[in-house]
Design a protein around this ligand. Structure first.
Ligand code: BGP
Length: 468
């Protein structure tokens, strides 16, 4: 394991989301989400046919789970409000849903865990999805309305707010690559959903500032955006075409959001290339003024893997969709075989330097980082405990890069590990486990510490790791 020392005033916590933990999908007036729709229609798409219904039962166990996080030395917990739980079919506040989140926030406050609240984690209400989802301006307005209700309902209880988790993922997975329901493979439709999500984000920031100006949100509250800004790389000795692939990959996945949240604009060079390549954005008069309100107070960076690209073998697909880059497999890449993702801790340092140099003054934190491993049962020792030394190695190496970035002047304020307690993960369900704490599906979802939990406790409490 790697050694490092982190600042004293650096927060250390856990990240999760409502739809991946809560379960109780019909309790307390919750309405169906797009994930329930997909699960109802094609349950076999989900690993072991485990659909979106169960989470890890946080809905019933939140007090115990929060105590468990506290006992691990953690000081903060990011989760998301489920739009489907807080707001009913008619766009009105669901009092039972609101009461649940009030209880969760109160329980966290009581034991000294700060809650970070995200408003959207890929979980659109099904009825809005069926009315066009992110392709519809009506849905953009509905999201802004939901955000307004949330800020006003919990504004005195929450200090750290986020509009979206990984806003690039639904455009990519649902509309460009066709991997998630409704399995569309259309670059232009994907880019228009990305554009509409950018408007939705900006409208939510405006709602936040309005509520704060009215005294309904705490003065010291902050709003941010969380994204997986996968640092882009290309091959050594790149050609001009490789560099062009890098520019557009970085432009669409990273600079799009970074410019939006720091300048309130979208990158002109990217918009120009998209227009040249026939990707027509459905803009309306007044959009620029909306986007201008999308600047935030800080950023969350979800980091799992870098993005390596090279010049595409062809410029368009058979059906005429533009191709801007092909994946590049770095011969020296270290791969997490369970997930197929490259392990490259240095990406955290590189991102830290990019922020320091290109977006000076912008504070950030690692909002997700973690290692998902399939079939962890095979690592149990005689006592039944999972011996996950690989997780200690993974996290310590990433934290060493965070410490290095901070030493070199990047304003990184904290670290949240993804899924300290195992949870449900979209179509992969419970295939890859991320937790320092196991959730035993065979024994009533019982929580059991893995070997790495003791290591985490030590590091979270001391902000230090001495290595081996
Ligand atoms: C991030 C998401 C999380 C979580 C994580 C792990 O992109 O924000 O919701 O799922 O990835 O990925 P996966 O579950 O696909 O292995």
């Amino acid at each position: 394991m790697a050694s490092f020392t982190l600042p004293r005033d650096f927060f250390f916590g856990a990240a999760a989301s409502g739809p991946q933990t809560e379960g109780a999908y019909k309790a307390g007036g919750r309405i169906a989400s797009v994930w329930d729709l997909w699960s109802d229609e094609r349950l076999t798409d989900f690993h072991n046919c485990v659909g979106s219904y169960m989470g890890n039962d946080f809905y019933h166990r939140y007090e115990d789970d929060l105590r468990l996080l506290k006992s691990l030395g953690l000081d903060s917990y990011r989760t998301s409000i489920q739009w489907t739980r807080l707001v009913d079919q008619n766009g009105q506040l669901n009092p039972e849903g609101a009461a649940f989140y009030h209880r969760v926030f109160a329980a966290a406050r009581e034991i000294g865990i700060e809650v970070f609240v995200n408003l959207y984690h890929f979980d659109m209400p099904a009825h809005l999805f069926l009315r066009g989802g992110w392709e519809s301006r009506e849905v953009v307005e509905a999201y802004a309305h939901y955000a307004r209700l949330a800020f006003r309902e919990f504004g005195q209880e929450v200090r750290c707010w986020f509009t979206f988790n990984e806003p690039i993922v639904e455009p990519d997975n649902r509309y460009r690559m066709g991997e998630w329901y409704p399995f569309v493979k259309n670059f232009t439709r994907g880019t228009n959903t990305q554009y509409n999500i950018s408007l939705a984000h900006s409208l939510a920031v405006r709602e936040f500032r309005l509520a704060q100006a009215e005294g309904l949100v705490r003065d010291n509250a902050r709003i941010g955006l969380i994204n997986c800004f996968a640092p882009p790389y290309t091959r050594e000795n790149p050609t001009d075409a490789d560099l062009e692939a890098l520019r557009m990959t970085d432009g669409i996945s990273n600079r799009w959001w970074l410019d939006l949240v720091t300048e309130g604009t979208l990158p002109a060079d990217v918009l120009e290339t998209l227009a040249d390549r026939g990707v027509a954005l459905e803009t309306r008069p007044g959009d620029e003024a909306i986007l201008a309100q999308g600047t935030v107070d800080w950023l969350g960076f979800n980091y799992y893997h870098p993005e390596r690209v090279q010049a595409p073998a062809r410029d368009t697909t058979e059906d005429g969709q533009p191709v801007f880059a092909d994946p590049y497999v770095w011969p020296e890449a270290e791969i997490n075989e369970s997930r197929g993702w490259e392990i490259y801790p240095r990406g955290l340092y590189d991102f830290g330097m990019k922020i320091k140099n290109e977006y000076p003054g912008l504070e950030w934190f690692v909002s997700e980082n973690g290692m998902g491993v399939e079939d962890e049962g095979k690592f149990r020792d005689a006592s039944g405990q999972i011996q996950d030394d690989y997780r200690i190695d993974f996290v310590s190496r990433h934290l060493a890069e965070v410490a290095h970035a901070i030493e070199d002047g990047s304003p990184c304020r904290g670290y949240h590990y993804w899924a300290v307690i195992d949870n449900w993960s979209w179509a992969h369900a419970f295939k890859n486990r991320y937790g320092f704490v196991e959730v035993d599906l065979e024994h009533g979802l019982e929580r059991r510490e893995k070997k790495s939990a003791a290591w985490l406790r030590q590091v979270a409490q001391t902000h230090e790791c001495k290595g081996e």
